[in-house]
Design a binder for this molecule. Structure first.
Ligand SMILES: [Zn+2]
Length: 176
């Protein structure tokens, strides 16, 4: 393995460790157990080891599972992951899922894989009016409408906000 590979992998681990500290990524996107450690890089979700096994079983035409510290991700994928989190993804994939008892699937692999198939393969609970967020992110068309005013430290819109405020202040100065 080249040192460049190792360097890139270490950098990736650093980035992902930070992403996993976001409260939105605290739980597995599917079974909701704490501390996910795998990811589906085309769906943009972090999942636990059990759910990662189910994803693999379903196949790469639906979900591409990668380890966060053994596989080197394409740089673009890593960049896209900064714009998504488990909550954003589930706002689409679990849009119609209400009052579900996640405990009932956590310790039952058959129920778990059925749930994950329902969710991503049969698209049982999606918001049909929208496209899935990762597809939108890849196209550069993603906007998270609920993410405007929170204290998201990686909010790339901050610059825009500052510019607007500066403009307002300038206007005030002119008036004075
Ligand atoms: Zn899980």
């Amino acid at each position: 393995m080249s040192s460049k590979y190792n360097e890139d992998l270490q950098n990736q681990i650093k980035v992902i460790t930070k992403l996993l500290k976001k409260p939105e990524n605290r739980l597995c996107a599917d079974c909701k157990r704490p501390s996910p450690s795998w990811a589906s890089i085309n769906l943009g979700v972090f999942v636990c080891i059990n759910c990662s096994g189910c994803h693999r079983e379903i196949g790469v035409h639906v979900t591409k599972i990668k380890s966060i510290n053994l596989d080197l991700w394409p740089k673009k994928v890593l960049k896209n992951f900064k714009k998504i989190n488990n909550e954003i993804a589930n706002k689409y994939w679990e849009y119609k899922l209400k009052h579900f008892d996640f405990k009932s699937i956590q310790n039952d692999m058959y129920k778990l894989i059925d749930f994950i198939r329902d969710k991503y393969e049969r698209k049982k609970w999606i918001n049909k009016k929208k496209k899935d967020p990762m597809t939108l992110i890849i196209k550069g068309e993603f906007e998270d409408e609920d993410n405007n005013d929170d204290d998201n430290e990686n909010n790339e819109d901050d610059d825009e906000e500052v510019k607007k405020k500066n403009k307002k202040n300038k206007k005030k100065e002119k008036k004075n």
